[in-house]
Design a protein around this ligand. Structure first.
Ligand code: BTN
Length: 265
């Protein structure tokens, strides 16, 4: 169970944080709060979601108390154009939070899925509400993070891909509360100190760098090639079969790793 006082004691800054027993989606609840006039940064954590959302219109399986379903909303004057940077930083921040709380090292699959032992254990969905949509005079960046902590059953369609960080036997409640506070501290720091470069840490944890991959969007295969680099803003630099470089920056693309062996450049 979540312990709000424990979490707050570990936060480096005062931030509004609410723990909800049940909600459709913490991202949707964040949007409703903005529509209702909340314009200061806030965090929402839910014990379960009845309509958890994933990227590309998918759902995010969010059963009671076996995962962490967290949305952090940040208001900013900055343009939301560098949202890929936020995505990159968030995956590093969540990776570090999991490592800090459990000692476990997740890999990052572009753009922002975290993997452990070949299974996806965390997904991130960034959305935004543009300024003046309501009375908000700043853009709102809504960062939704879903972590499979101890989930042991998954619906059939995701059961071969999804995994959890730890088993129930290895779980102690500090882990859940530590992960939440480390993530919030990391995001507050990211938004207040633009100086830190997350991309180096991102590259080090990438499981696609140096791999042959296939990218697809709604209309089919979009590109295929070797991942030569991940650029400073988070775009993928691909070397296709004709040795042509291609920069990929869309977050709406699916990426499949074709071969698991490393290739050196
Ligand atoms: C993905 O893997 O496609 C992204 C999943 C994001 C899930 C989180 S859980 C908290 C927040 N609320 C939602 O409805 N979605 C995000």
């Amino acid at each position: 169970m979540y312990d709000l006082n424990y979490i707050k004691n570990k936060l480096n800054n005062e931030i509004q944080i609410d723990i909800l027993d049940e909600i459709d989606s913490t991202n949707e609840e964040a949007k409703r709060r903005i529509a209702n006039g909340v314009y200061e940064d806030f965090a929402l954590v839910a014990r379960m979601q009845t309509a958890g959302k994933g990227r590309k219109g998918r759902s995010f399986y969010s059963p009671l108390d076996t995962g962490i379903y967290l949305t952090y909303t940040h208001f900013t004057d900055d343009s939301i154009e560098d949202s890929l940077k936020t995505t990159v930083a968030t995956s590093v921040i969540v990776k570090n939070a999991i490592k800090g709380a459990t000692g476990l090292d997740c890999g990052i699959k572009w753009v922002n899925d975290l993997y452990l032992n070949g299974k996806k254990v965390c997904g991130i969905l960034c959305e935004c509400i543009l300024k003046n949509t309501y009375d908000n005079n700043k853009n709102a960046i809504i960062i939704g993070i879903g972590i499979n902590l101890t989930t042991s059953y998954y619906p059939e369609e995701i059961s071969d891909k999804a995994g959890s960080i730890i088993t129930n036997n290895d779980m102690n409640q500090d882990i859940r509360n530590d992960i939440v506070s480390y993530i919030i501290n990391g995001l507050v720091l990211f938004f207040s100190d633009k100086g830190y470069n997350y991309i180096d840490d991102y590259r080090k944890s990438s499981i696609v760098l140096g791999k042959k991959v296939e990218l697809s969007d709604a209309s089919g295969i979009y590109a295929k090639g070797l991942v030569k680099d991940i650029l400073d803003d988070g775009e993928l630099l691909l070397l296709d079969d004709d040795n042509q470089e291609k920069v990929i920056d869309s977050g709406e693309i699916s990426l499949i790793i074709l071969y698991e062996h490393d290739l050196n450049f």
